[in-house]
Design a protein around this ligand. Sequence first.
Ligand SMILES: [Zn+2]
Length: 231
Amino acid sequence: MNRTKRYFITIFSILFFAMIFFMIHRFFIQDNRDVKKVKNPDDIMVLVNRKHELSPDYVPKDLVKPKVRFSPNMDSEKKMMRKEAANALEDLTKAADRNNIKLYCISGYRSYDTQNNIYQAKVKNAGEKEADKYVALPGKSEHQTGLAMDITNLRGIKGILTEDFGSTKEGKWLKENAYKYGFIIRYPKGKEKITGYCYEPWHVRYVGKNAAKDISERNLVLEEYLSKNNK
Ligand SMILES: [Zn+2]
């Protein structure tokens, strides 16, 4: 009797785990099927995320190097941004300087290949699960648009980027003032399910002054803003 019981429990457990595995697998496959190719990569309002990917050969045509404070030892590709965003970033950091807020720019444009290297390095380091949580797959990173920049403070350039930046005086200033120069905090706290990314107080995205003001006043993320505007 005991043996029969054990037999049934074993069978039941196998079926149960097989079902869970099947559901996860199915969800993952479905997820990949949903990915759309970005059709307007040069648009300032372009949406790039886990479901909207850029083609591997997309490179913005108007990349320039903004005159801002960079983290030391940065390679030159990462200093680049699209012209309009670069000008706005200069205005933003000048305003910060006037308020004694010392911001450091640490990562702007990243090519498809660069993003791939970053992703692969993270997988090697921390495993696929952790990598997926924090690092975008190549083609799905906003950094490839040339419209995003990771910004931090002196402490941030010495270590790794952490959520704590959001509660430093530099992080708070950035959150309160970015919109005035056309930037949004792209991955805010509480919107992880919509953006698909964890809270990143350091990642700003250029969308232009009007959209940035609207997005921050209405406490939206880009995904919500674009769907509300039917774009
Ligand atoms: Zn970033």
